[in-house]
Design a protein around this ligand. Sequence first.
Ligand code: NAD
Length: 416
Amino acid sequence: MAFGIDALSFPNRKFKIFILFILGTILVVTWATVNRNRTVTLNEGRISQRVLDDLKKDLEKFNIEINEKIRPLDLRITNLENKDRKYPPVKYLAEKDRKRILITGGAGFVGSHLADALVMAGHEVTVVDNFFTGRKRNIEHWIGHENFDLLNHDVVEPLLLEVDQIYHLASPASPPNYMYNPIKTIKTNTIGTLNMLGLAKRVHARLLLASTSEVYGDPEKHPQREDYWGHVNPIGPRACYDEGKRVAETMCYAYAKQEHVEVRVARIFNTFGPRMHMNDGRVVSNFIMQALEGKPLTVYGSGKQTRSFQYISDLVNGLILLMNSNFSEPVNIGNPSEHTIMEFAEMIRDAVGGKTPILNLAKMEDDPQRRKPDITRAKVILGWEPQVSLNIGLNRTIEYFRRELDKSKKSKLVDL
Ligand SMILES: NC(=O)c1ccc[n+]([C@@H]2O[C@H](COP(=O)([O-])OP(=O)(O)OC[C@H]3O[C@@H](n4cnc5c(N)ncnc54)[C@H](O)[C@@H]3O)[C@@H](O)[C@H]2O)c1
């Protein structure tokens, strides 16, 4: 009998194990399926596990792709942070001679060249910029240097810093840029200037305002001397800039009179050179780009209107001399060598070496007809006058634009 039970129970036990195995498998498969289709609550919405798994996979793929893209940038930052990296040569200045200098708009065309000159002279420079028209590239060669700081800040907001001198340059400068958002241009030149004058008052710093020849408007006197009050249309398309700068000058002298802030006002005439924006609509950059790209050079109006252009290094020297002078009235900083716009177009086309035609387009509203600084004051007070001839300056600028154009063509090829 015992044999009979054993004999029966053996296949029975195998059968039981088999049943248990089948049941277990069904259980595991059912659990996996249910779990995969299970809905998961994400914030207020519901999402299935399957969708969630797919999303996770997509995210992993995205992470891999993005890391590949970020790697070159990481390498660039690491290079920038590398203590062994080479900076342009910097003079050593004794503590008593070394100044803490703020440059607003220091990532722009003029500001970045001014930062170069001041850091190289041994001063401690802080650049403040909101990068509206400025670029980090313009000052990246100083990032990480112990005498250099960069703040991403809009001057329309107040700023607290301990400084000895403020070069207040923050403002869009080319017509398309300042007309793009006229209200912001007015705010930058009024509230921004008030903020910087307030800072100058608090920390007893000297402030230099980068004013402009545009305060003379479409001048009725020629050449323009600093005692000429100007001829500006207060409601024209350029007024946000012209009147903004005029009131910025007014503010400087109000702070000087009432709060004894030391102010310097530079009335800057058209300036050109490397680091100008390639597409900012200013006449020099327009002509150079058009000539380099083999396009017709476009002259607004008859082309008989005149301008005087100074090279950037002359302007920077003039600004530094003025800041460190004892003279507080406005000073013209510009090159009195006057040419018609048509002459400029021909000069640039010849320097580039092209044969593209020159096209006359409709005249721009409120475009000044004559511009030429009288620089007697700068000569007498600062001992300053331009050193770089138009030809030399143009050749340097054309070379810079050529390189930039090559770089942008190469980067477009890489993007493809
Ligand atoms: N370049 C010229 O021919 C010329 C002529 C006359 C006057 N200026 C004056 O010189 C200064 C510099 O001109 P540029 O040619 O270098 O122009 P730019 O546009 O290259 O530089 C202006 C800089 O100011 C910054 N900026 C603008 N609004 C700002 C804000 N609200 N807060 C902080 N930063 C701000 C921009 O991002 C840019 O870096 C300007 O004040 C301009 O009016 C220049």
